[in-house]
Design a protein around this ligand. Structure first.
Ligand SMILES: [Zn+2]
Length: 171
């Protein structure tokens, strides 16, 4: 795959609300950081992803998808690994689902199922020349990410909360 040309990829569109999410990124950022890195670590294991994956706060410029939709997260290849960009102040309960979704995209890239080249996308051997013109929910790679991440996120929640290191911070 041509990683250098990976552009802004994918996203969990801001799903249901513009509801404020107080309390996040606030008092207990360390616990939150640990929770997110555990989700990523366990998820990589589940999907057998060898490539490094980290997360960072999402810069403003990535906030809006091609079609103007607001994004909760996106993932990109950045030189030596993948970076999941997360919108600030996401509610905790959304994290497992969002991380699972973005990791499915990493899996799509790593397995060669999906290739982004310049402005078109190849997915499952089919070339989409104008991916931006497909509605977000109808993009085949998004449909797959939503379908697969449902189960993965449930599994991640269980695995991460069963981790003895998380004894005190069950979610
Ligand atoms: Zn997506």
């Amino acid at each position: 795959m041509i990683r250098q040309t990976l552009v802004l990829i994918t996203m969990s569109a801001l799903l249901n609300s513009k509801v404020a999410s107080p309390g996040l990124g606030g008092a207990d950022t360390e616990t939150r950081h640990k929770y997110i890195t555990d989700l990523i670590r366990v998820g990589r294991g589940e999907l057998e992803i060898d490539a490094p994956v980290v997360y960072r706060p999402m810069p403003e410029k990535y906030r809006v998808d091609f079609d103007g939709e607001q994004l909760d997260a996106c993932v990109m290849w950045k030189g030596n690994g993948y970076v999941i960009y997360l919108k600030k102040n996401l509610q905790d309960y959304k994290l497992a689902k969002i991380i699972a979704h973005e990791l499915i995209h990493v899996w799509q890239y790593e397995t060669g199922k999906m290739v982004i080249c310049d402005h078109h996308v190849e997915f499952d051997g089919r070339v989409y020349k104008r991916p931006k013109q497909i509605d977000y929910e109808l993009r085949p790679w998004e449909r797959e990410a939503f379908a697969k991440s449902f189960q993965l996120s449930r599994k991640l929640k269980i695995l991460v909360s069963e981790d003895p290191k998380h004894e005190k911070e069950k979610r």
